[in-house]
Design a protein around this ligand. Structure first.
Ligand SMILES: Cc1cc2nc3c(=O)[nH]c(=O)nc-3n(C[C@H](O)[C@H](O)[C@H](O)COP(=O)(O)OP(=O)(O)OC[C@H]3O[C@@H](n4cnc5c(N)ncnc54)[C@H](O)[C@@H]3O)c2cc1C
Length: 580
């Protein structure tokens, strides 16, 4: 009997991930009448979402009354270079305000304007001041509120459990297999439907703002189960990560610093962004700003630690300590820099995955029956470049939609059958590294992969480097077959890394293969050998899929935007024409 072999739990809806999207999905599924189980790799409250800083984008129009969903829609489509799924962007822009109000009804408290309404700060490439925030610690308030709500919806919580395989019954999601990180005990979850909300994969690079658990597990699990991946080449470099001292390289310096008036200067003291974006200057979009910083450093105008300066001293100590307390303490503690008196040294850091699991716009359903995906893991809202604040809006809007759709699916569906043999095979796969002597070291392999991605698939790409990068990934995949670990399953971080590494290989191969295929420069994809946009490639998304264990890449046409949405851009063009 399965339950004799493995600890087993059964739910209508299994949510994998306790970040903003997982918690929002669990709440919606529970409110939809389903029994809900939530599994997370870390402790509740420790998901990556808690690190979010600058705010959540929603067209409330509190600070700029002219703002509304149409402008938010246009900004997001333009920021994504029009390869976004326009229906998802429409839903995001229309529903984000209600999701923010709902959070307040659930106990969140955003910063206020003098008249008591929610305050909104400016952010890169947003036409109006749109980001609702709590100082520069918005993620903490979001997670605190959602967690409190979710717990009181009576969901079952399984913390510090890593899921390693989705279990299918005749191609339909039926459950998942995993282990407790504490002691390595195996556990099986049966479920009528699964919502994957496992976040991003920034850890596949060596300089990143992402937390330790962002290794792309959900991407690999979904891919192995037959789900399509989309736009995997679109990886966001945030322009302002810390660069010094070495131990903190990559930690995020929120865009709120630029939003609140911070200016970028090269080592010669020049406000160089005027040369790269004469209109938006320091508040240009992340892809343009990261490339500008990269080029300034390449041209020898960088700071001693290969960055640029970000200066906000002119706003004065009181303003800085009130609006950016996190940044003030972060630089004081980690770099011994008082940002009320000195500029910060910053440079590009891997920050967000625009690519991910392909989903249906309305329901967040994947192409695998019974499998849904939401949050950073899913793909479609952000296209070729995400605007700041839209990730938190995304996980609230589509977390809810995924949870509702999953509950509806569970209502109509029955539980699939779990194949015990498949569980045994998975258990044996996970234990194999203990049975090998003197093999490859998982930490060494992981470091080599992260460096290879930084060297071959970084901010500036070309065919030669990418092909060499693919070769490195395939060589590391071969070596991973000989990985060995010592000791027991108890708190064995080396064993955990072995599993993470397998997922990272899948993610990296999909990124590199898609980056090779998209022979153009668009948003976060910068090909120095194809510096311009390609019209044909602007009409497709790249789809990576599993064919007999091999990653293949093809294209899927982007559906034409309906006239009423397309006309928003024509009107603007006409306005611009009229004003010219
Ligand atoms: C420093 C920083 C600041 C940011 N600031 C902002 C901001 O101001 N505004 C904005 O819009 N966006 C911001 N972002 C981006 C945004 O925070 C993330 O994209 C978003 O929080 C991702 O949420 P999520 O719910 O998709 O996943 P996460 O919050 O990453 O949660 C993933 C969950 O999945 C679990 N998990 C993963 N793998 C497994 C597995 N194998 N088995 C079981 N569980 C698993 C994890 O334990 C975790 O609970 C920021 C990102 C960073 C890094």
């Amino acid at each position: 009997m399965l339950s004799d072999m493995y600890e087993t739990h059964a739910y209508d809806v299994l949510v994998v991930g306790a970040g903003g999207s997982g918690l929002r999905a669990a709440i919606a599924a529970a409110e939809g009448g389903a029994s809900v189980g939530l599994v997370c790799k870390s402790l509740l409250g420790k998901a990556h979402t808690v690190m979010a800083e600058g705010g959540v984008a929603a067209a409330l129009g509190n600070v700029d009354p002219e703002d509304d969903w149409r402008v938010h829609f246009k900004d997001t489509m333009r920021g994504g270079q029009f390869i976004n799924n326009w229906r998802m962007v429409e839903l995001l822009a229309k529903e984000a305000p209600e999701r923010v109000d709902e959070l307040e009804r659930w106990g969140a408290l955003f910063d206020r304007m003098p008249d008591g309404r929610i305050n909104q700060r400016p952010f890169g490439a947003h036409t109006y001041r749109r980001l609702c925030h709590v100082g520069d610690r918005t993620g903490l308030e979001l997670i605190r509120t959602l967690q409190y709500k979710a717990i009181h919806c009576g969901i079952g919580v399984h913390m510090e459990v890593t899921l390693t395989r989705l279990l299918l019954d005749d191609g339909r999601a039926a459950g998942a297999f995993g282990y407790y990180r504490e002691d390595g005990r195996f556990v099986v979850f049966k479920a009528k439907v699964i919502v994957l909300a496992t976040g991003g994969f920034g850890r596949v690079y060596n300089v990143t703002s992402n937390s330790w658990e962002c290794t792309g597990d959900g991407i690999a699990l979904a891919y192995e189960a037959g789900a399509q991946l989309m736009d995997m080449e679109m990886v966001q470099f945030h322009p302002t990560g810390m660069v010094w001292p070495p131990g903190v390289r990559g930690i995020l310096v929120t865009e709120a610093v630029r939003g609140d008036g911070g200016i970028l200067l090269n080592a010669k003291g020049e406000r160089f962004m005027e040369r790269y974006d004469p209109v938006k200057k320091d508040l240009s979009s992340r892809d343009v700003t990261s490339r500008a910083i990269f080029l300034e450093v390449q041209a020898g105008r960088g700071t001693p630690h290969e960055g640029v300066y970000l200066d906000i001293t002119h706003r004065g100590p009181e303003f800085i300590k009130k609006r950016l307390p996190g940044m003030y303490h972060q630089f004081l503690r980690l770099a011994d820099v008082d940002i009320t008196k000195q500029p910060m040294e910053v440079g590009p850091t891997i920050h967000y995955a625009m690519g991910g699991v392909r989903v249906a716009a309305e329901t967040a359903a994947t192409n695998v029956p019974g499998l849904y995906a939401a949050g950073e893991l899913a793909c479609g809202v952000h296209g070729a470049n995400r605007l700041g604040g839209n990730a938190l809006a995304d996980l609230l809007v589509f977390g809810k939609r995924a949870g509702e759709a999953a509950a509806a699916y569970a209502r109509d569906g029955s539980a699939g059958r779990i194949d015990e043999h498949e569980c045994d095979v998975e258990a044996a796969r996970l234990l194999a590294p203990f049975e090998r002597e003197g093999g490859e070291n998982p930490y060494v392999l992981q470091e080599e992969l992260q460096s290879a991605m930084g060297d071959h698939c970084g901010i500036r790409r070309n065919e030669l480097q990418l092909s060499a990068g693919l070769g490195r990934v395939q060589e590391l995949r071969e070596r991973s077959k000989r990985v060995s670990v010592r000791g027991s399953r108890l708190f064995n971080a080396g064993w955990h890394t072995t599993f993470d590494f397998g997922n990272m290989l899948t993610v990296c191969e999909a990124i590199v293969r898609c980056a090779i295929e998209r022979r153009e420069s668009r948003g976060a994809q910068w090909r120095e050998d194809y510096p311009n946009k390609d019209e044909a490639l602007g009409k497709v998304n790249l789809i990576a899929y599993n064919d007999g264990g091999q990653i293949h890449v093809t294209t899927a046409p982007i559906l034409a935007m309906p006239a009423e949405l397309a006309s928003l851009f024509e009107e603007e063009a006409a306005d611009v024409g009229r004003r010219a």
